[in-house]
Design a binder for this molecule. Structure first.
Ligand code: AMP
Length: 285
């Protein structure tokens, strides 16, 4: 039987949400695994557990067909792999930071400085694009302590909330690139495996669409249905059902989570009452 080979992070930041996404897609990972891989029982897939930074190379060499990795690795690694789908979690940016006490006005202040990073290629590209020559010190972890111990004048590291930089007396100066978890694939997936990949992407999109949306129900006086419906950015048009109480209807629709609060207050103003907001499990189009 043809199986699609998916590499995910063995442990680390991306692991838990990668596993959760697969579960949400109905892929059962409870089959017990040896150290490295698992055969999925209910989907034609094998899951390999690897280090995030090794995954692009394994995909390029054909050990895995696809992988869930940080988007920043597309830039950092020289492996020829392609982005299939953005996954919306582990959002972060690769930034240059210098000590809060240092004078920093522009990127020109990095000329001739020592910068510590675990992402030398992305940093070098950025420095080249800005005509800056600086010396890059590649270290594999705890980059943020480098200025405090005199190893570097600046760091280039992944940042999400900024609290690690703050705790180490550093200030973010330049954002080099933005990243989130992605599904990446080899350039030439064969046709049997491509079919399985298409099914996986279809499921991921259904899960993501549902996560971005809410199902809303509300009671509306019949003479306000038009005004309330006008506000709803609906899939097609809202479902309207009569209530037992004369002159009232129940109106059902789907709205995007990001528009949620703005729309709820508009709906109330237009006459909607008893608004219920319910999560959606899957959304197929
Ligand atoms: P790690 O588990 O530290 O090897 O990081 C794996 C991936 O998670 C990286 O390639 C990034 O895409 C992402 N990542 C790293 N640091 C952060 C962060 N501070 N916030 C969000 N995502 C991050």
């Amino acid at each position: 039987m043809t199986r699609l080979r998916l590499a995910i992070q063995k442990s680390g930041r991306l692991h838990d949400q990668s596993v959760q996404l697969l579960k949400d897609c109905g892929i059962d990972l409870s089959n017990g695994r040896d150290q490295l891989k698992l055969q999925v029982r209910n989907f034609p897939m094998e899951v390999l557990y690897l280090r995030n930074s090794d995954i692009p190379e394994y995909i390029e060499k054909g050990v895995a067909d696809i992988g869930i990795i940080g988007e920043n690795l597309l830039v950092e690694s020289s492996a020829r792999i392609k982005l299939v789908e953005k996954l919306g979690f582990s959002k972060c940016r690769l930034s240059i930071a210098t000590p809060r006490s240092s004078n920093y006005e522009s990127i020109r202040d990095l000329e001739g400085k020592r910068i510590a990073t675990s992402y030398p290629n992305s940093l070098q590209d950025y420095l080249d694009a800005n005509n800056i020559s600086a010396s890059i010190h590649t270290i594999s972890g705890s980059v943020e302590i480098a200025p405090n111990i005199g190893l570097a004048d600046a760091v280039c590291d992944l940042v999400s909330s900024g609290s690690t930089l703050f705790k180490n007396g550093l200030e973010e100066r330049e954002a080099i690139l933005y990243s989130e978890a992605i599904l990446a694939a080899r350039q030439d997936v064969n046709s049997d495996r491509q079919e399985i990949l298409d099914e996986l992407v279809f499921r991921i999109q259904a899960v993501q669409r549902a996560q971005r949306s809410k199902y809303v129900l509300m009671n509306v006086p019949n003479d306000r249905i038009y005004e309330v419906s006008e506000i709803l950015p609906v899939l097609k048009s809202p479902t309207i059902m009569p209530l037992a109480e004369e002159g009232w209807s129940s109106l059902h629709s789907v709205i995007e989570e990001s528009k949620f609060w703005k729309i709820i207050s508009q709906l109330k103003k237009a006459g909607a009452e008893d608004i219920l907001v319910i999560p959606i499990d899957k959304m197929i189009r």
